[in-house]
Design a protein around this ligand. Structure first.
Ligand code: ADP
Ligand code: MG
Length: 292
């Protein structure tokens, strides 16, 4: 490859908000036939909002939200942000939390006003021995609408479920349609629940879904596809995504994402949407054609 056309390509990318780290990343992009894409923050806005609050017997909506928000003050997860904003909108006075823990990809636990509070997905609740049956149907209905169901437990008993919905980015449907039309195999990957993930994937026309993937397993999904002979790009935004970005032939970070994600990536999309990925792939193909 002539360095000159590569440099021109990198420059043209930068103009379009696509930062390409080096010549290799640009060259590799041409051969990409598979895109693994993180759901939260990549396909979706990554700015979810609380859309429903369903307390269990013995709790009311403000009380449930107040406990949840008091605990989430210790978390930087987008779901925590949604819960904190919901509490703020209702001007709830939050309490201090102690013994805070945040098992990655599962949720948060701690003590609020002497009560043991846990907040997160079904996996965390099972680990804590919480019986989900009173709200299991309700949670499943929320997920079928594409929302994430976040359960709350107090002293080991189910206290309620919050529906948190993360809208799909305005530019995602078109970018997905273009990538599919260009023959790219799309795989959605997420730590989120399978029903929620399938609801979002179906809306976008994405047929392959890897759901309920723990952070440490995200890179394995990429490695498995590469072992099948696919040329894989991985797009993600989070701290959790960094190993998967590094495992891909081309890692693609969202501009507004975590610093480690950007460091692990060969390409950064400054506008933070997949339209940039479509551009980067076309640019790479044009540059490589030019060189040959
Ligand atoms: P993604 O891969 O979609 O970015 P994560 O791996 O970050 O998702 O989280 C997976 C799941 O863990 C969430 O859907 C949620 O059920 C639970 N979870 C993680 N962090 C939190 C939190 N701070 N509060 C509530 N639930 C959480
Ligand atoms: Mg994410």
């Amino acid at each position: 490859a002539t360095p000159m056309s590569i440099m021109v390509g990198v420059g043209r990318g930068a103009h379009a908000g696509v930062l390409i780290k080096n010549a290799e990343a640009l060259e590799r992009f041409e051969k990409i036939d598979t895109l693994v894409v993180d759901k939260t923050g990549t396909l979706t806005e990554g700015r979810p909002a609380v859309t429903q609050i369903a307390p269990a017997a013995g709790f009311d909506q403000p009380g449930l939200l107040r406990l949840a928000a008091s605990l989430e003050r210790g978390s930087e997860h987008p779901l925590a942000d949604a819960i904190l904003r919901a509490a703020q909108e209702r001007s709830l006075d939050l309490a201090e939390a102690s013994d805070f823990d945040s098992p990655v990809g599962k949720g948060v636990t701690g003590v609020v006003e002497g009560r043991r509070v846990a907040l997160g997905g079904a996996r965390l609740m099972e680990e804590q021995g919480v019986d989900l049956s009173p709200l299991a149907d309700r949670a499943e209905a929320l997920r079928r609408e594409g929302a994430t169901a976040v359960f709350a437990a107090v002293d080991g008993r189910l206290a309620g479920v919050l529906a948190i919905a993360d809208p799909v980015k305005a530019t995602t449907p078109e970018a997905v349609a273009q990538l599919k039309a260009e023959g790219v195999r799309l795989v959605m990957m997420t730590g989120d629940n399978r029903t929620t993930a399938l609801a979002v994937a179906q809306r976008l026309g994405i047929e392959e879904v890897e759901a309920e993937v723990l952070p440490e397993d995200k890179a394995k999904v990429v490695q498995k596809l590469r072992a099948e002979g696919r040329s894989v790009a991985m797009a993600g935004d989070g701290v959790n995504d960094a190993p998967a970005l590094a495992a891909a032939e081309v890692g693609v970070a969202m501009g507004a994402g975590a610093d480690v994600a950007i460091e692990s990536a060969g390409v950064t999309l400054l506008k933070g949407d997949l339209q940039g990925l479509v551009k980067a792939r076309r640019l790479s193909q044009a540059v490589m054609r030019n060189i040959r």
